[in-house]
Design a binder for this molecule. Structure first.
Ligand code: TYM
Length: 325
C-alpha cells in the first residue's frame, strides 16, 4: 500500500556502533518489513561537514555506512538506500526552510550548545543549520515517521515546527514527523555515565568488533566491589545491555545481584556473549558483501536515482508555492 513514508539516517563519522544499531537500525529493519510504509534510509554525509572531519575518512565512511546497512539486513528491494550528498534537493529545500526559522531558535537547541562546547573553534553556520537540513531530509520525502534514538527528539521538534510554518505561510502539505522508538532508544556508555557516542573514546562497541575486543571493552565497564543495594551506573549499563541483547537471562542475574551472590565477571561474560551472538551474523554477511563492490555501487546508484525522483517533486511544489516559479 505504501501510504506513509519513513526516512532516517546516520552520519558518516565512522563505523556504526551498538547505540546506532539498537537505537536506530533496529527500527529501520522493523519498518522496512511493514507494508504500510515506504522506507528511505540514507547516510547523512552532508551532516558530517558540521563538525571537524578528515576528507579521506568521510569519502570512505559514506560508503562503509551503506555496507553496514546491508550487513544489518536492510534490503534495497524493500528500502531506498542512498547517500544524502547525491540528492541536491535536500540542501536546496534546507535553504527555503531557513527562511521560516529564526537564528535564536537554533542557537538555543541543546544539541547545538553541546557541539559548540565540544568544538569551540568550529561554531559554524553549517552547525547552526544542522536541524534545518535534518528537517529538509525528512520533509523532502514528506516522511511522517522517523526511527531515531531519543537524543534526536529536539531535532524532530524543529522539523515539526518547520512543517507547521510552511503549511501555514505557503499552503504546503507537509506532515508533522513523529519519532519511531525502539527498545534501545537510549544505549548507555561503557563508562557507566551518559550515552554511547562515537565522539567519546571508550564509550562504544562497534558492530565490527571481534569477540576479544568486545570482551575487553565489556570487562572495562566499572562495577562495584560487591553486589546488592543501589546499582552503580556501570552495573545498570551491563543490565541494560543484557536486557537488549539477551532478555531471558536478566531475571536470574538480577536475583543473584539482590542476593549478593553475583560475580560481576560472570555478568560481564554473559553480556559479551549476548552482544557477540547478536553481531556475528552481521559480521559474516559484511565479509561476503565487500567481495562484491559492483553490487554496492549499484545499490548506491539506484538508491540515489529513486530518492531524487521523489525529492524533486517536493522541491518543485515548494518553489511554486513560495513564488519562485
Ligand atoms: P547520528 O549519527 O548521531 O546517530 C545516528 C542514530 O543513532 C542513534 N543513536 C543512539 N540511539 C540510542 N542510544 C545511543 N547511545 C545512540 N547514539 C546514537 C541516534 O539517535 C540516531 O538515530 N541527526 C542524526 C542524523 C540525521 C538524521 C536525518 C536522522 C541526519 N538527517 C534525518 C533522521 C532523519 C544523527 O544525529 O545521527
Amino acid at each position: 500500500m505504501n501510504t506513509h513514508r519513513v526516512l532516517s539516517g546516520i552520519r558518516a563519522t565512522g563505523r556504526l556502533h551498538l547505540g546506532n544499531y539498537l537505537g536506530a537500525v533496529k527500527g529501520f529493519l522493523e519498518l522496512q518489513d511493514n507494508p504500510t510504509y515506504q522506507t528511505l534510509y540514507m547516510v547523512a554525509d552532508v551532516h558530517t561537514l558540521t563538525t571537524p572531519y578528515h576528507i579521506d575518512e568521510l569519502r570512505k565512511n559514506r560508503r562503509e555506512v551503506i555496507i553496514d546497512y546491508l550487513a544489518a539486513g536492510l534490503d534495497p528491494k524493500k528500502s531506498i538506500l542512498f547517500q544524502q550528498a547525491e540528492v541536491n534537493e535536500h540542501i536546496e529545500l534546507a535553504f527555503y526552510f531557513s527562511s521560516v526559522t529564526t537564528i535564536a531558535k537554533m542557537q538555543h537547541l541543546p544539541t547545538f550548545k553541546d557541539k559548540v562546547k565540544q568544538y569551540p573553534e568550529h561554531a559554524t553556520m553549517a552547525l547552526l543549520n544542522y536541524p534545518i537540513l535534518m528537517a529538509a531530509d525528512i520533509l523532502v520525502y514528506k516522511a511522517s515517521l522517523v526511527p531515531v534514538g531519543i537524543d534526536q527528539e529536539p531535532h524532530l521538534e524543529v522539523a515539526r515546527e518547520i512543517a507547521r510554518r510552511m503549511n501555514q505561510d505557503y499552503g504546503t502539505d507537509f506532515p508533522e514527523p513523529q519519532r519511531f522508538a525502539t527498545k534501545g532508544e537510549y544505549v548507555p556508555s561503557l563508562s557507566g555515565e551518559g550515552k554511547m557516542s562515537k565522539s567519546v573514546e571508550g564509550s562504544f562497541i562497534n558492530l565490527t568488533d571481534s569477540l576479544d575486543e568486545i570482551r575487553k571493552k565489556v570487562r572495562s565497564v566499572p562495577t562495584a566491589t560487591v553486589a546488592g543495594g543501589e546499582m552503580t551506573g556501570g552495573v545498570k549499563t551491563l543490565f541494560t545491555f543484557l536486557e537488549l541483547c539477551s532478555p531471558d537471562q536478566v531475571a536470574s542475574f538480577k536475583n543473584e545481584f539482590e542476593e549478593r551472590t553475583l560475580k560481576f565477571v560472570a555478568l560481564k561474560d554473559a553480556v559479551t556473549d549476548a552482544i557477540y551472538t547478536m553481531l556475528k551474523p552481521l559480521q559474516e554477511k559484511r565479509v561476503k558483501l565487500v567481495q562484491d563492490q559492483a553490487y554496492i555501487d549499484n545499490v548506491i546508484c539506484e538508491g540515489a536515482e529513486k530518492a531524487r525522483h521523489i525529492a524533486r517533486k517536493t522541491v518543485n511544489e515548494v518553489k511554486e508555492k513560495m513564488g519562485l516559479e
